[in-house]
Structures are given as structure tokens and as C-alpha cells.
Design a protein around this ligand. Structure first.
Ligand code: SAH
Length: 351
């Protein structure tokens, strides 16, 4: 009889046994690497649903927004790039809408999961895959889309312990993982207004996300193009623990069963914008997803779809509500636009 295979939890517990508690960011990175490489997490049978899986209207409006910018930029040859494309649904819908405007760019997908790459290739035949943004082509402007990508990247958490701010780590208290404050004091790196927060307060930062935003900003400033980043987010830095686990469409303890649950954190869109601007890109927004979709004409698009398929009228109206209503995805999710400094201003980001 062979030994039972090592689970992701076993591997993390072993690492902690050797080196002591690990930063939350390392725990999150290891858990999500395992999670995304071993399954398709999307859809009714999976753990969560995203905007492009709710309705084709989402990807179509993203495609129209990109096509509008491209037309006003003088129709240059471009590459379409998507970060973390999931099942490839958004890309397929956006590319279809772009085609109707005469835009048919080569497709580049930044994706680490073999299971999801397989799905993406079915919907986007001929797509070129990349492990990260560094290998993207540098010969043309890039039209970049990232929906619910940054929320899966690791966050560091700082926690106000009794003796000051420390980094939040994960310890192994067999048989469970528990968060602990550990490491040297960090008070001196925090803005004064956050230092005096009550014990137990948590601040998150995502160096991995900021690093990618910087590289996108650099590409846009040097190669031209634009990026649309949509995620559930806030304009930080702020106090708050947003690390969460989702399994089978419900919330779960983020420290249980690493690698079997989707770990996400809210995205600090202001910090992403700042990182891109530091490299010379321009930023617009963030604006609420609901407001942006309405300004992009989701109402009119829904009417046209319903007219063509009266039996689906209720389903289409429900999808619009889910994507735009303030108590559903409309306000929690936000859109941030980044552009080359000499590109036209993106549509529907005013105000
Ligand atoms: N954008 C899709 C899927 C969101 S789920 C949608 O809206 O439906 C997150 C996506 O990011 C998945 O495709 C996942 O495999 C990918 N992903 C997560 N971490 C990644 C990483 N470090 N590098 C590249 N892709 C990653």
C-alpha cells in the first residue's frame, strides 16, 4: 500500500514545521496556485460566478469600449491581452464585439492554470499563452483586460497586535492553521493616521498586484494602448481584513483547507492606478461597475437581446440587475482605465 498523496495543506504544514509561521501572502499564493491549477472553479457547479459568466453583455461592452478607443487612436495594429481569462468567455464576447467594429487583433492570454488554458483555447482558437506579463509582445500597442484577476493575487496583511503593528502570519496548530501576529515591528512604515488603530485592526497591501500594475503602466507608456481593470475594490490604503474564501458559492474560513477554496482579497484600485502612473501611464476612475455599464448602454443592449429572444426576457433583466444594482455587483465592483499618455481619453469614465 502506498502512502496517501500529499495534499496542499500537508505541504504548507510541512513548510511551517521547518521555517515557522509563514506570511499570509505566502499562504495565499501557495493555496491559490494549487486551487487554480487543479480545477475549473467557475459556474454553477463550481465555487463562484463572475460577470462574464452572468451575461454576454458584459464582455460585449468591454469589447465596444476597447474598439471605440482603438478607432479614436487611429486604428493602429494592436494585440488583445487578457490577464486571468477564466473560461475565455469575456475574451470571446469582447472579440466578437470588436470584430463588428473592424478590429481583429492577435490574442494573448496570461494564464497559469492548465485546466483553464484548455477551456480558453476552445473559445479563443489560436490564442498565445503567457505565464506572466513579461513575455507579452512589445511590437504594438496593447489592449489589456483584467476582470477579477487582481483579487486572486496574494496580499500581505499587517495586524495591530498588543505590542504594535506586526505582519500577520499563518501558523500550524495541528490540525488547523491559525493566523498569528509575528515578525519585527512595522509601525514606522505606516502612515500616522493608521498607526493608532485599535488592536486587532488589519491593513492589507498587495506588492504582487502593484508590481503587475507597474509593468502594465510601463508597457502602455512605451508601446501605447489601454487597460481596463475591473474588480471588487476600494481606494486605499485603508483599515480592513478582506481576505476571504469562497467555496460552492458561500463564504468559508480562509485558513481551512488551503488549495481547495478560492482565496481573494479586495483590490486597492487607487494603488494600482498610482503604480501605473509612476511608469508614465494615465489613469481614469475607478468608477462603479454599475454606473459604467449603464453609461456604456447595457440597457439598450438588453432591450435588443430581449427583442430577439422574448422567452429570455426575464433572464436578461435579471442579469442586468445582478451586474448593475448597487446591492449586487454594481457598487462593490469598480472599473479602472489606464492608457498611454498620448492616447485618446477613454469613454464613460468621466465624473
Ligand atoms: N477573468 C475571469 C476569471 C476570474 S478567476 C472571469 O471574469 O470569469 C481568476 C483567473 O486568474 C483564473 O483564470 C486564474 O487561473 C487566473 N490566475 C490566478 N492567479 C494567477 C496568476 N498568478 N497568474 C496568471 N493567472 C492567474
Amino acid at each position: 500500500m502506498g502512502a496517501a498523496p500529499l495534499t496542499c495543506a500537508d505541504a504548507i504544514a510541512a513548510a511551517i514545521a521547518i521555517q515557522g509561521p509563514i506570511p499570509v501572502a505566502h499562504f495565499m499564493a501557495a493555496a491559490n496556485r494549487h486551487y487554480y491549477t487543479t480545477r475549473d472553479p467557475l459556474g454553477v457547479a463550481g465555487d463562484f460566478t463572475t460577470a462574464p459568466e452572468i451575461s454576454q453583455m458584459f464582455g460585449e461592452l468591454v469589447g465596444l469600449w476597447l474598439a471605440d478607443l482603438w478607432l479614436r487612436a487611429g486604428k493602429p495594429d494592436v494585440h488583445y491581452v487578457e490577464l486571468g481569462p477564466g473560461r475565455g468567455t469575456l475574451a470571446a464576447d469582447a472579440l466578437r464585439a470588436m470584430r463588428s467594429a473592424g478590429l481583429e487583433p492577435p490574442v494573448h492570454l496570461v494564464e497559469t492554470s492548465p485546466a483553464l488554458r484548455e477551456q480558453q483555447l476552445k473559445r479563443c482558437p489560436g490564442a498565445v499563452f503567457h505565464d506572466d506579463v513579461d513575455s507579452l509582445p512589445d511590437d504594438r500597442p496593447l489592449l489589456i483586460v483584467a476582470n477579477e484577476f487582481f483579487d486572486a493575487l496574494p496580499v500581505r496583511q499587517l495586524v495591530r497586535a498588543a505590542n504594535g503593528w506586526r505582519e500577520r502570519h499563518v501558523a500550524w496548530a495541528n490540525p488547523v492553521f491559525v493566523p498569528v501576529a509575528s515578525g519585527p515591528p512595522l509601525d514606522d512604515i505606516l502612515p500616522q493616521e493608521l498607526r493608532e488603530a485599535p488592536p486587532g485592526s488589519i491593513i492589507e497591501t498587495s506588492p504582487a498586484s502593484a508590481a503587475i500594475a507597474r509593468r502594465i503602466g510601463h508597457r502602455l507608456a512605451t508601446q501605447r494602448g489601454a487597460a481596463l481593470i475591473i474588480d471588487y475594490g476600494y481606494e486605499g490604503p485603508a483599515i480592513g481584513d478582506t481576505l476571504q474564501a469562497v467555496r460552492a458559492h458561500g463564504f468559508a474560513n480562509p485558513f481551512e483547507e488551503p488549495g481547495e477554496r478560492d482565496l481573494t482579497a479586495h483590490v486597492d484600485l487607487a494603488t494600482l492606478a498610482e503604480a501605473a502612473r509612476a511608469e508614465g501611464a494615465s489613469s481614469f476612475g475607478p468608477v462603479d461597475q454599475g454606473a459604467w455599464l449603464e453609461r456604456m448602454g447595457i440597457g439598450a443592449r438588453a432591450e435588443r437581446l430581449s427583442a430577439g429572444a422574448p422567452a429570455r426576457c426575464d433572464e436578461i433583466a435579471a442579469a442586468v440587475a445582478r451586474l448593475t444594482a448597487p446591492d449586487q455587483m454594481g457598487r462593490l465592483f469598480k472599473a479602472l482605465a489606464l492608457t498611454a499618455p498620448d492616447w485618446p481619453q477613454p469613454a464613460r469614465f468621466e465624473g
